[in-house]
Design a protein around this ligand. Structure first.
Ligand SMILES: [Zn+2]
Length: 494
């Protein structure tokens, strides 16, 4: 894949407002099954079309932002039926609904819709609200221009399109409160926007772009839940992942989980974030936690521990495996509760969850069900079960254990937050079951070695991944052996 194919795509979104004396903002929830940010709350919007740049904008800037203005207006109309354009008041609601249907069915281009009805996209109807680039840890990335717009007189939000399952008007302060009480998931630009709106309408355009992230700068600090910061760090991890998520949890006292990067520039970025927490915000780092032994999780622990003098904690098995490589000051026991005082006070329950690694730990935030899954469940890529460190039966038990906690969000070590945890866990279990059935079928067909089974079962997987696939097959064979389901003639290689 070329760099261009994986780079951020141009997009636009509209922060729709109503009622100037006591403003309401409109947001939508993305459908749970959406690959990108399923179950997240967001503003209407989407990717730019090539044709957006061909539409003239009244009072426009004559640059790229005009194409973003057109995309914002078009996406808002497609998704909600609200059309923010000069001259729209001359069209009735019925006519508008017909035009929207024709546009969504591809029977009409947006350019001809505008031209045929004497409508104009007008820059003065759209307020600048910043530009955000999705950080590189996400499988899909967008370079999004945000605009504010007032709901035009006589219009309202109509039926939403299929990507969205819920939309509502609410006061910005209420939107912030929903996030504060962990009822919703939002990405950093949405959180910043509702916080900015909650501060009133004065100097709105300036306040929207008051932070570098809102001017297209790097987004490092992601807050999926209050008191939990996700800080993605570039690491030598397994593709398609390129980053490992470091989590900083707590308010007055924090724990830092998996500060994983061995790279100087990434360590510096994390250093300045932690220095800000300690020296500007007055927090203290209680300890640094290793979720498990793999290098893409522990690569920056000793460095950070030396720099700030914080002790290191891990499961006993992890500590034993890393002896001589990483000094562990304290063992974390299964079911231990780590209470972090502050506002909010957070209690993390440690869960020994072997399967991917023998000493693997997850952490469950008991307030509102956030589950930090490290490499048990990830938001990007797949989880490798490589015996003897990996064990499939343990892995499936660990999945069942965390499923029973009914988490509301999964925060894995790679990729974005997973907003539909139960569906994700069920998908993981179904995937392993399907592989097992294929492997049982291969054995019944006479295959007796992992290599032969891989050749049959992983025929669709590139050959360079077959060595890894063989490890996974061995994990399945161990499980079948332990369950007494292997033929006597068959032994499982180490
Ligand atoms: Zn791992």
């Amino acid at each position: 894949m070329s760099a261009k194919a994986t780079g951020p795509r141009d997009a636009a979104a509209v922060i729709l407002l109503d009622r100037k004396d006591d403003p309401l903002v409109y947001w939508v929830r993305r459908h749970a099954r959406m690959a990108f940010q399923g179950n997240f709350h967001a503003f209407p919007g989407g990717q730019r079309d090539a044709s957006d740049a061909e539409i003239a904008v009244t009072g426009g800037t004559g640059d790229d932002v005009d194409a973003a203005r057109v995309a914002a207006v078009r996406e808002l109309f497609e998704e909600t039926g609200v059309l923010v354009a000069r001259g729209v008041e001359a069209l009735g609601a019925a006519r508008l609904a017909t035009l929207r249907r024709q546009l969504n069915e591809g029977k009409l281009t947006f350019a001809s819709l505008l031209a045929n009805n004497s409508l104009k996209v007008d820059a003065s109807l759209l307020g600048g609200a910043g530009r955000w680039v999705t950080p590189p840890f996400s499988p899909r990335r967008f370079d999004t221009c945000f605009f504010t717009a007032w709901l035009p007189e006589g219009q309202n939000v109509e039926q939403l399109n299929a990507e969205l399952d819920h939309g509502e008007w609410l006061r910005p302060a209420e939107a912030v409160a929903r996030w504060q009480s962990s009822q919703i998931l939002v990405s950093p630009p949405i959180l910043h926007a509702v916080r900015t709106l909650a501060g009133g309408l004065d100097d709105l355009a300036e306040r929207f772009v008051s932070i570098p992230e809102a001017r297209g700068g790097a987004v490092r600090r992601i807050e999926p839940r209050p008191g939990i910061v996700l800080f993605p760090l570039r690491t030598p991890t397994k593709p398609p992942a390129t980053h490992t998520n470091c989590y900083v949890v707590g308010d007055r006292e924090v724990v830092v989980i998996d500060p994983a990067s061995p790279y100087d520039d990434e360590r510096e970025a994390l250093d300045s974030f932690i220095d800000e927490l300690v020296h500007v915000e007055g927090r203290t780092v209680r300890e640094i936690v290793a979720s498990h032994l793999h290098p893409d999780h522990i690569g920056g622990i000793a460095y950070l521990s030396n720099r700030i003098g914080a002790p290191v904690a891990a499961h006993r098995i992890t500590a034993e495996s890393l002896e001589g490589k990483l000094h562990v000051d304290r063992f974390i026991e299964d079911d231990e509760r780590i209470t972090l005082p502050g506002e909010p006070e957070i209690t993390l329950r440690a869960l020994h969850t072997p399967g991917h690694a023998r000493g693997h730990l997850c952490f469950f935030d008991e307030r509102h069900g956030a589950l930090l899954t490290a490499d048990l469940i990830v938001g990007l890529g797949t989880v490798v079960i490589d015996p003897p460190e990996g064990n499939l039966r343990d892995y499936l038990s660990s999945l069942a254990r965390v499923r029973a906690l009914e988490p509301t969000v999964i925060l894995g070590a790679h990729g974005p937050a997973v907003g539909d945890p139960i569906a994700k866990i069920d998908e993981y279990v179904a995937h392993r079951q399907q592989r097992e059935e294929q492997i049982v079928g291969a054995i019944e067909a006479g295959d007796r070695t992992p290599e032969a089974i891989v050749a049959r079962v992983y025929a669709d997987v590139p050959e360079k991944l077959h060595v890894l696939a063989a490890r996974s097959v061995i994990a399945h064979l161990e499980k079948l052996r332990d369950e007494g389901r292997l033929p006597d003639s068959m032994t499982v290689p180490a």
